[in-house]
Design a protein around this ligand. Sequence first.
Ligand code: S3P
Length: 176
Amino acid sequence: MKRNIALIGFMGSGKSSAGKRMARRLGYEFVEIDRLIEQQAGKSVAQIFAELGEPGFRDLEEEIINKVSVSARGAVIACGGGVVQRPVNIDRLRNSSHIVYLETDTASLQDRLSNSRNRPLLEHPDRDRIIADLHTARRPLYEAAADITVKTGGRPFAAVINEIIEKLGIDESQHQ
Ligand code: S3P
């Protein structure tokens, strides 16, 4: 039974971009938790935050993580950056997935996220400070949740993906 690969890390750490490419390379399905939340709610992440607040978004996120943890096999799962805020999400993901932390330094995140839209937590006049504070608070949670950690930020996706495949010991000849 193929295990899934769940990507965690801060907003802008490359979970979706690296995840899409890695899924294609391994012949895995690509699953993006935020898109499933949007489909289920029939609204964008920004609309969900505006109408239900962050707790409402986190409830939907928990529900989708639970569903995907049960049903997905052989998928690369790109999680939202806040998935670690509820420990139950990590417990559930761990049952069916390797958990891979894409680690990026704060300055690269600030750079990558400077023009980002549809990320309600960053809608603040001092975006760089919000990113720095949230990153400091989240980092220990990502580290504690991770089975393996791989650095991103300025590295080509191919190098990131090679390192994930190698560290997880995935035999690519079994996955084409
Ligand atoms: C969030 C990250 C976002 C999205 C939501 C909340 C967070 O996903 O789930 O805006 O709390 O870090 P990305 O990490 O894909 O941007």
